[in-house]
Design a protein around this ligand. Sequence first.
Ligand code: FES
Length: 156
Amino acid sequence: MFVFTDENLKKIEALQKRYPSPKALTLPLLWMVQYQEKVISLEAIEVIAKLIDTPPMEIYRVATFYTMFNLERVGKYHVQLCKTLSCALCGKAEILEHLEAKLGIVPGESSEDGRYTLTQVECLGSCGTAPVMQINDVYYENLTDDKIDAILEELR
Ligand code: FES
């Protein structure tokens, strides 16, 4: 059963005072669930819906519209490689091949040990430093095979 932690309940209380309408808490609460659980379950969506007095389907629609919300569990390190134009022109395909070889998974998969999930995503908004990937909340830019080796080594 999903429940917010006591710490998050305090944060929610503070947010409720700050936001003009309960529905405005939809995105902050989805983020909170994701940081707490690493995944947004249907149960959590129902808890949010109750908290902000909104039909669960509306929360679900928001959660499924934004690709940064994980409706399925991801690994400890969620590797998101940008596949959009600038990154594609700057070697995304080679970077992806290297990542696949290093991690032993293809986009949409998680490693057996649960450490990595590899995903291809749309523009990360850092086109000037393409190719770009995001691991959890950190951006890695101007990627090369050597840089990826160093980044993955640091995560060990
Ligand atoms: S195209 Fe990759 S960050 Fe914009």
